[in-house]
Write a protein that binds this ligand. Sequence first.
Ligand code: HEM
Length: 148
Amino acid sequence: MPALIISKGAKVTDTPLYGFSDNSFQAAGGSDGIRKLVDDFYHAMDTLPEAAIIRQMHKPDLTQSRDKLDLFLTGWMGGPSVYHEKYGKINILRSHAHLRIGEAERDAWLLCMEQALTRQNYAPEFSNYLLEQLRIPAERIFLTSRKY
Ligand code: HEM
């Protein structure tokens, strides 16, 4: 349910609080919507020249990466804890600690997500919100992953 928020200047809007409850999961179209987002994300990774550096960090077969990102994002957006049920506990920083992720790798990952977001029928404010929220773990992964 959209929550009322009072933005700067005391203007009342009906923009949903995406970080509240499962609002982001719903705004992303639930499980089907997130699956499509992740499919488009890996399609971008497979095809964008800027993403070649991170595509080669993944296995040739992306089936498991696709499934893991799909289930992880489902819980991360406030949906059911399906990653945990299938794969167990996850610490997203530890999952990337063995990788060498510099600025180029971080930016390539975000570029794939940005490209995938343009292919969804999301409200523009939700796409912007999601990308800004994903910058946070991407930055932390960059800061904590193994360095060159
Ligand atoms: C900063 C740039 C990033 C790069 C270059 C990157 C790259 C990778 C790679 C190569 C793998 C496969 C690791 C392996 O097979 O050993 C992986 C796994 C994964 N990534 Fe990322 N990633 C990035 C950011 C993110 C972000 C921001 C998220 C989520 C918000 C994420 C979610 C995941 C998940 C859920 C897995 C599966 C982890 C597991 O189950 O072990 N990644 N990533």
